[in-house]
Design a protein around this ligand. Structure first.
Ligand code: HEC
Length: 153
């Protein structure tokens, strides 16, 4: 009896339609494109684990989303947070402390804030103690950067 040793079948095409997730920008990105965005981040973020970062984001999820929304959430949405001046997401009622926090969010300023929010921004109403482990913050920030990225050209 002939045993056929054919090469692997081509992977089935994904059946999810992009339309169904039009509000989640990174949902448009394939895994390969996410890897491309990750690789383009500055060190050490380009070597971060998105898997671990996603787990870390579990700590933020009760108050934040990564998509643009006008829905009321406890914290401001974090879509476009990289490059946003602190406390300026239209429509969100920030504390005076956050409005007065004169930084533009990038890896360095986010890292400092998330280490200990109440030390970085005394008087913030973000009720979160912080993430002590630098590696955890690295993975988290890489995940947020990739999840909120535009499709690479
Ligand atoms: C219990 C709710 C809560 C949790 C948990 C939380 N946040 Fe927040 N976050 C807030 C609130 C409320 C604000 C607005 C703070 C203010 O106005 O002082 C905020 C503000 C921020 C800002 C500033 C955004 C801007 O537009 O200036 C960033 C960045 C942020 N949070 C990231 C995170 C990340 C990342 C995590 C997870 C590690 C997290 N937060 C966990 C409630 C939360």
């Amino acid at each position: 009896m002939a045993v056929s040793l054919t090469a692997c079948e081509p992977a089935p095409k994904p059946t999810t339609s992009p339309e169904s997730s039009s509000h989640a920008p990174s949902a448009d990105l394939s895994e390969a494109e996410k890897a491309q965005v990750l690789a383009s981040l500055p060190t050490p973020y380009n070597a971060a684990s998105l898997e671990e970062g996603k787990k870390q984001f579990g700590k933020c999820r009760s108050c934040h989303v990564l998509i643009e929304t006008t829905a009321t959430t406890t914290g401001p949405h974090l879509y476009g947070v990289f490059g946003r001046k602190a406390g300026t997401e239209g429509g969100y009622p920030y504390s005076d402390a956050m409005k007065a926090h004169d930084v533009t969010w990038d890896f360095a300023t986010l890292d400092a804030f998330l280490t200990k929010p109440r030390d970085a921004v005394p008087g913030t109403k973000m009720a979160f103690l912080g993430i002590k482990d630098a590696k955890d913050r690295e993975n988290l920030l890489a995940y947020i950067a990739v999840e909120t990225a535009k499709k690479p050209q």
